[in-house]
Write a protein that binds this ligand. Structure first.
Ligand SMILES: CC(=O)SCCNC(=O)CCNC(=O)[C@H](O)C(C)(C)COP(=O)(O)OP(=O)(O)OC[C@H]1O[C@@H](n2cnc3c(N)ncnc32)[C@H](O)[C@@H]1OP(=O)(O)O
Length: 175
C-alpha cells in the first residue's frame, strides 16, 4: 500500500552519514533489480559516503531519497545514484536532492555535470542535454582510463561496462 505523498516542505536534504548506508542500500536495491541504477557494494557505499546527500522526512526521520556527486576532473562531475522512494515519487523530492547536488558542484567549482539515465525528461527539465561523444579531450581521457571506478568506465563508454548502460542516455549540464 503506497504511503501518502510527502510534501516537499516536510523533507530535509542533508549530507549522508555512515548510519544512512542501510537506507541508501534499500533505495538502490529497489531500482538495481531492474538495472535502472548501477548496483553498489556496501564497501563502496561506505567509501563514497562523503559524496552522498539524503532527503530525510521530518516527521519520522525516514530517508526517502539519496543522490551522489562524483567528481571526475577539475571541471567535470557526475550525478549518481539519484533514487527516490517509490512511495514519494512525483512530490518534488528528486528535484530537491538534484538541486543540492548541483549547488555542491557549484561550490566545488565544477561547471559540467554528466549523468547516465533513463529519466531523460526529468534531467532535461533541470537543463541537462543529450550528448553523443565523451566530453573530454584525449589527455583527460587517458588520465580517466587509469581510474578503477565503474562509473568512470561507463562515462568513457568502455566495452566491458556496456551491458550496464544499455538503453541509458548520456546527458550533460553546463552550470
Ligand atoms: C544519474 C542517475 O542517478 S540516473 C538515475 C535516476 N534515478 C532513477 O531512474 C531511479 C528511479 N526514479 C526516481 O528515483 C525518481 O523518479 C527521480 C529521481 C527520477 C525523480 O524524482 P521525483 O522525486 O520522482 O521527481 P520530482 O517529483 O522532483 O519531479 C518530477 C515531477 O513531479 C512533479 N511534482 C509533483 N509534485 C511536486 C512538488 N511538490 N514539487 C515539485 N514537483 C512536483 C513535477 O511535475 C515534477 O516535474 P518537474 O521536473 O518539471 O519539476
Amino acid at each position: 500500500m503506497p504511503e501518502a505523498l510527502s510534501p516537499v516542505s516536510e523533507v530535509t536534504v542533508r549530507r549522508a552519514r555512515t548510519g544512512d548506508v542501510r537506507a541508501i542500500r534499500r533505495l538502490i536495491d529497489i531500482y538495481a533489480r531492474d538495472r535502472i541504477l548501477l548496483d553498489k557494494a556496501m564497501v563502496t557505499l561506505y567509501e563514497d559516503i562523503q559524496e552522498f546527500w539524503v532527503a530525510e522526512r521530518d516527521h519520522d526521520a525516514r530517508v526517502v531519497a539519496c543522490g551522489a556527486l562524483h567528481v571526475m576532473w577539475e571541471d567535470l562531475a557526475e550525478v549518481r545514484t539519484l533514487a527516490v522512494d517509490p512511495a514519494v515519487r512525483g512530490a518534488g523530492v528528486g528535484h530537491l536532492v538534484l538541486e543540492k547536488l548541483l549547488q555542491t558542484a557549484r561550490w566545488l567549482g565544477v561547471r559540467r555535470i554528466f549523468c547516465l539515465t533513463f529519466e531523460v525528461d526529468f534531467f532535461a527539465r533541470h537543463g541537462f542535454a543529450e550528448i553523443g561523444e565523451t566530453p573530454v579531450d584525449g589527455d583527460v581521457y587517458s588520465e580517466l582510463l587509469r581510474s578503477y571506478d565503474e562509473g568512470v568506465a561507463e562515462f568513457l563508454g568502455l566495452e566491458r561496462v556496456k551491458p550496464n548502460t544499455l538503453g541509458n542516455t548520456r546527458m550533460l549540464l553546463h552550470l
